[in-house]
Design a protein. Structure first.
Length: 289
């Protein structure tokens, strides 16, 4: 991780590429296009692929870029270079998504289109794009609300500052492009909620389950019963004998993925924000632990 990522100077919107596209993602999408549709070096000039490539390049030029046909070069290599030039020099991040969506809905080989879609979704996950192909259309998987919940929780101040460390750790583990650690990201998200409840109850040794009971017993703030039950169950899921926090069972489960870690991070951030507002509304004076 570079300096800005290590010290938290990049926002969640930069880490999860919502309204942007970094060079790694842009290059990876182009490589997928080249391997899937634009592999002109490996086609036989007597092959039917010449006709298919010319068709695709023509469709992109005229029906997507909305350029005149007489400005498209005749030779297939020159056509490829024209499209590559526009891709890297002129297209904004959203227009790159427009282009690949257009291609999978235009090219006349459904099997190849499906392979490209799978290829792209692997890239999107690795590079933390906020989008995925669902069918042949791109869909956003990370909403503005989800992003704002995480960012709001990361802004929390004393006496709740210790929870930010857990949230930053969760985000770092979740958003590491090379070696994401979703299981421990989930652990840190839950630990952030636990730390929040410990501070509210002024009991550093309380587990999340115990702290939630103590908050209810103290009666100074009211937590909606459905939310209390939900987080008790979530805590149980991650802390029982086969749970994440105890290092067995789910720690060996390789099915925990981006979507799981994102859901827990967003849910825990939202609950932290909820508790913070409850504390403010009750005008509680909370001391640092």
């Amino acid at each position: 991780m570079n300096f800005s990522e290590r010290f938290g100077f990049k926002s969640i919107k930069d880490k999860i590429q919502d309204k942007s596209m970094d060079t790694d993602l842009k290059n990876s999408i182009w490589n997928a296009l080249k391997l899937s549709y634009f592999d002109i070096e490996n086609i036989s000039y007597e092959s039917y692929l010449i006709q298919e490539y010319n068709y695709l390049f023509g469709q992109i030029w005229v029906n997507h870029f909305k350029l005149t046909l007489d400005t498209l070069e005749d030779h297939i290599v020159e056509k490829y270079n024209q499209i590559k030039g526009i891709y890297f020099k002129k297209l904004e991040w959203s227009e790159i998504y427009d282009l690949i969506e257009f291609i999978v809905n235009t090219y006349r080989n459904p099997e190849l289109n499906q392979k490209f879609i799978k290829f792209c979704n692997i890239i999107f996950k690795k590079e933390l794009s906020a989008y995925r192909f669902v069918g042949t259309r791109l869909t956003k998987i990370t909403s503005e609300t989800e992003i704002s919940e995480i960012e709001e929780a990361l802004k929390i101040k004393d006496p709740f500052k210790p929870i930010v460390r857990h949230l930053n750790n969760s985000l770092k583990l979740f958003s590491d492009k090379k070696t994401p650690d979703y299981k421990n990201s989930i652990k840190e998200s839950i630990s952030a909620v636990e730390a929040m409840c410990q501070i509210i109850t002024q009991n550093k040794k309380a587990t999340l389950g115990d702290a939630l009971k103590l908050i209810e017993k103290q009666g100074k703030i009211q937590i909606h019963q459905a939310l209390k039950i939900a987080f008790n169950k979530l805590y149980g899921y991650t802390s029982n004998a086969s749970g994440i926090r105890h290092g067995s069972g789910l720690m060996e489960d390789h099915d925990l993925d981006f979507e799981d870690a994102k859901f827990i991070l967003v849910s825990c951030s939202a609950f932290i924000n909820y508790l913070k507002e409850k504390v403010n509304k009750a005008k509680l004076k909370i001391k640092k632990l």
